[in-house]
Design a protein around this ligand. Sequence first.
Ligand code: NIG
Ligand code: FE
Length: 393
Amino acid sequence: MPTTLLDGIGLLVTGSPEHGDGSPLGEIPDAALVVDAGGLVAWVGPSARAPAADTRVDAAGRCVIPGFVDSHAHLVFAGDRSAEFAARMAGRPYEAGGIRTTVAATRAAPDDVLTANLAGLVAEMWRQGTTTVEVKSGYGLTVHDEARALALAGQVTAETTFLGAHVVPSEFASRPDDYVDLVVGEMLDACAPHARWVDVFCERGAFGADAARTVLTAGLERGLGARVHANQLGPGPGVQLACELDAASADHCTHLSDDDVAALAGSDTVATLLPGVEFSTRSPYPDARRLLDAGVTVALATDCNPGSCFTSSMPFCIALAVREMRMTPAEALWAATVGGASALRRADVGRLVPAARADLAVLDAPSYVHLAYRAGVPLIAAVWRRGRPEPLA
Ligand code: NIG
Ligand code: FE
């Protein structure tokens, strides 16, 4: 592959204070970026000092940002729950039990239906600037269906997460302990080879602290990294457990005590906020300002799933974070790129710095601020993966 000079960048976001204006977001006006023969960033800096390359592409004054890292998504499913959404908008509360509706539809779906839905959602994300996505199982809840979901997810991403402990399936309703035994036994055996992460929905109506600890510990012992659906519907033990077990991320974090915030601040566990969920369930948003002011690393992700939030759009989540969670546009973009990479413990994505992957989005705008300022407008002009521009259609 020839080396490429992407020049004429009106504003480049590197995601690194060492490359740019010293701010966490790392902004460089009138910038250029060079991609090496392997699709990695070789150089970033002011256009006037750019080294030569084999080919040159002109960004025509547009803003270039790292591709979004969506670190939380449930994309392997079948069926439709728009009626549930409509009922919520008419006043019904969101309940974890709705997951079982999707479980029934997913189990009944042949592989090609699941694959087509998954590929369609990944393509939808791509068109909106997402270049790395995590994909969870969790709508199979049998040994066969969980392993199947992860094998399919592995065809679109390396960031695969075993979420057998999403909810107790109906057939185990009277014996939830037996289901946990299955998850940490035969199901984990079948799923661990296809997964990088283990996750658990630690919540009233799903799994309590003891069961969650059992599942996460079993996954850790198999070499998986931990992540936790924590404190979504109410206060609970999920965040503390995530921090104690050095989970890469505690996700949702909608209902936090002062102790939860302190635990996150004193840990390497990222707080991944999913404002699309609060939008789609008409719930109060998490207090991002409180977390940021306490020094917690914050990520933003979509949580794309058919129940609590069926958006695939990171720009939409950025707009919500800015409007509803009092994050600045710079903080929100950082959380959607560097933050997401931190939540996946990845240093090679989410930033445009030497040796990182040249995964980027070109915005039809002079500044990333437009992601929130022009909410709802499709601003992604181009997406590059590994240094190659790829068609958006
Ligand atoms: O992250 N909280 C648990 N799981 C999903 C919702 C899944 C569903 O409702 O189908 C979430 O919000
Ligand atoms: Fe989720």
